[in-house]
Design a protein around this ligand. Structure first.
Ligand code: ZN
Length: 238
């Protein structure tokens, strides 16, 4: 065991007066040394403090496993749609049933009942609910913006996609990503306007952007924010 080297990062610190070992969840083992420290001494010091480092690293590893399991294998306690400013608290009700259902108890309370230990089934059930919500929320919004801009569309379709927020076909079908429910209201407005403008201009020409800017001027900023929004998707909806 004594020959197993620990991977570590050396960090020079202007404030450090002595060498110090530090173990964190984010960075693992760090060796903090004063400026100008002779780093050839580190392996020997690691060997001397082997037990301490070993224990600290196992503690951190265990915490990492716990964190990952928790994040990946649990039902959300809350669901928020920033797009329309709605939040639901999730209640779980375990029943002997092998299936799962969702009931809206009130404006801000959802209950998932059934075999709640089946996380994959919970995800699927929530995704089905999300699709239904997307239908109820996005349909009237698109119709309203269509009236506001005077741009008609033929049909609206919903999709669950990983890289696109929306699209518009040459026949005037506007497809929207159901994950739009998780973006800010103005970004949702921007995407709907963007796709509606494609009904008039099936390209990204200067004429297209001019039309977009009539209804949504800060579209360049919206692009940057939408890129960041992908990272904020809840695990169960991904
Ligand atoms: Zn486009």
């Amino acid at each position: 065991m004594s020959n197993i080297p620990f991977p570590y990062i050396i960090r020079e610190s202007t404030r450090a007066r002595y060498l110090r070992f530090r173990v964190t969840l984010e960075r693992g083992l760090e060796v903090v040394v004063p400026r100008g420290y002779d780093c050839r001494r580190i392996p020997q010091l690691l060997e001397t403090n082997r037990d301490w480092v070993h224990h600290a690293l196992s503690r951190v590893d265990a915490a990492r496993v716990r964190q990952t399991n928790h994040a990946e294998r649990s039902v959300p306690t809350q669901i928020s749609f920033p797009s329309v400013g709605r939040t639901w608290h999730i209640e779980l009700l375990a029943t002997p049933s092998r299936s799962l259902s969702i009931a809206e108890l009130s404006e801000d309370r959802l209950q998932i009942r059934g075999d709640i230990s089946n996380i994959s089934l919970c995800d699927v059930t929530l995704q089905r609910w999300l699709l239904q919500q997307a239908h109820e929320i996005l349909t009237p919004l698109l119709c309203q913006l269509s009236r506001e801009t005077g741009i008609p569309f033929a049909k609206m379709a919903l999709r669950k996609q990983k890289t696109r927020w929306g699209s518009c076909s040459s026949r005037g079908t506007i497809s929207l990503n159901i994950k739009l429910l998780f973006v800010e209201p103005d970004l949702l407005r921007y995407i709907l306007i963007h796709e509606l403008c494609h009904v008039r201009q099936m390209n990204h020409s200067p004429r297209f952007w001019k039309l977009v800017s009539v209804y949504y001027a800060p579209y360049k900023e919206a692009h940057r924010r939408l890129k960041a929004a992908w990272k904020k998707m809840p695990r169960w909806a991904a």
